[in-house]
Design a protein around this ligand. Structure first.
Ligand SMILES: Cc1cc2nc3c(=O)[nH]c(=O)nc-3n(C[C@H](O)[C@H](O)[C@H](O)COP(=O)(O)OP(=O)(O)OC[C@H]3O[C@@H](n4cnc5c(N)ncnc54)[C@H](O)[C@@H]3O)c2cc1C
Length: 342
């Protein structure tokens, strides 16, 4: 690992200013940053510790039902928070499906949103990767791409966004709050936060140099049962091959097809950013649950999907997982147990 200077910021403004020069990076839980710095996949020369910044470690609800989550709230605390378990169980379950208890204790809300891809050539210094070295080429396109994207990729990059939490935030319409190096603040809807790779896969989010994520807000939860389903190689401690975050509002009609009032769903593990297609959700709204309606929703969600060899299996897997989650949730529209047991 290359040597770097380490300083601790005591205010958000100071952190933003110090994180502005090229080579400067904020560190929160460090679970991703240090993993990348040790093998010199990234080489920061200044690390700014933001873990002691005041007021970024709480989860609060305002009178209009909006929930604010501080950027430094650990993933474990967020998943266990009573407000999240009761009103946003999809978020709680998505977080708990990721990493390990030890990592979730260290990892933060802001850091999770900014975690880098798990693409094999990205992690292999001997492989070509446009994300690591712009213009170098991409060894995933015709190489080890079992974990890679079937949607949202480009000839430059097919790396998947690996965050489980971000998939749940996408279905919940989160808004991200940022303080800039100039001292101004701005908000970014989660739908716009992560960028498609295009020709610049090294540019992954709407953040600019020096921007500090201070937190995010969730609007009041929409009606319906919330579910997070993650398909992976091992039962725990593995990244998603396919994941689905869904909120399905349906009428229980045991002897007939349930009537779906509204459906929201986002997919992880298959795309370069959390994947949500409003037209696919509209295809199910105010409809009886039928095989045709499910197929239409899956067709719209996966329109344009293409495999690259090893990851071809993700197309049918994503279709089956999505249609199963919607059908199962619509047929069992009981609210989720606030204990998180369902
Ligand atoms: C073995 C292992 C297994 C894992 N499995 C999963 C999994 O299954 N699912 C999953 O979703 N994740 C998984 N993860 C990833 C884990 O969730 C992330 O490493 C973690 O969420 C990153 O948070 P952090 O606070 O440690 O970020 P850090 O490592 O501190 O920072 C990550 C990046 O964010 C920047 N940053 C951090 N906070 C801010 C801020 N407030 N403002 C601006 N920039 C900021 C840093 O500069 C850095 O670029 C796994 C990680 C490991 C090591």
């Amino acid at each position: 690992m290359k040597t770097f200077t380490y300083t601790r910021a005591s205010t958000v403004a100071e952190a933003a200013k110090r994180a502005t020069p090229a080579g400067a990076m904020p560190i929160a839980g460090g679970t991703n940053l240090l993993d990348l710095a040790k093998p010199e996949l990234i080489n920061p020369d200044q690390i700014i510790d933001i873990t002691r910044l005041p007021d970024l470690n709480t989860v609060t609800r305002t009178s209009d039902g909006t929930v604010h989550i501080g950027a430094l709230v650990p993933n474990a605390d967020l998943a266990a928070h009573p407000l999240i378990r009761q009103h946003y169980p999809v978020l709680s379950r998505a977080i708990l499906s990721g990493a390990s208890p030890q990592i979730r204790n260290m990892a933060t809300t802001g850091g999770n949103l900014l975690q880098r891809t798990r693409c094999i050539p990205f992690y292999d210094p001997a492989a070509r990767c446009n994300k690591r070295t712009p213009g170098a080429g991409c060894d995933a396109l015709h190489g080890p791409n079992r974990m890679n994207a079937i949607l949202g990729g480009s000839p430059s990059c097919i790396a998947v966004n690996p965050s489980d939490m971000a998939v749940a935030l996408r279905v919940l319409d989160a808004t991200i709050h940022v303080t800039t190096a100039a001292g101004t603040t701005r908000t970014i809807p989660i739908a716009d936060f992560h960028l498609l790779p295009g020709n610049t896969p090294d540019h992954e989010t709407r953040l600019e140099r020096g921007d500090i994520i201070t937190g995010l807000t969730l609007p009041p939860p929409p009606p319906g049962r919330q579910v997070y389903r993650k398909v992976r190689d091992r039962a725990s401690y593995a990244f998603a091959l396919v994941s689905v975050a869904a909120i399905i509002d349906a009428d229980p009609t045991p002897d007939a097809s349930p009537h779906i009032r509204s459906a929201r769903f986002a997919l992880g593990g298959i795309a370069t950013k959390p994947w949500r297609i409003p037209a696919a959700e509209a295809a199910l709204a105010d409809q009886p649950l039928t095989r045709d309606a499910l197929n239409r929703a899956a067709d719209l969600t996966l329109a344009g999907a293409s495999g690259h060899g090893e990851n071809d299996f993700k197309i049918p897997l994503a279709r089956r997982t999505l249609t199963h989650v919607i059908a199962h949730t619509a047929r069992n529209p009981i609210p989720m147990d606030p204990s998180g047991a369902t």
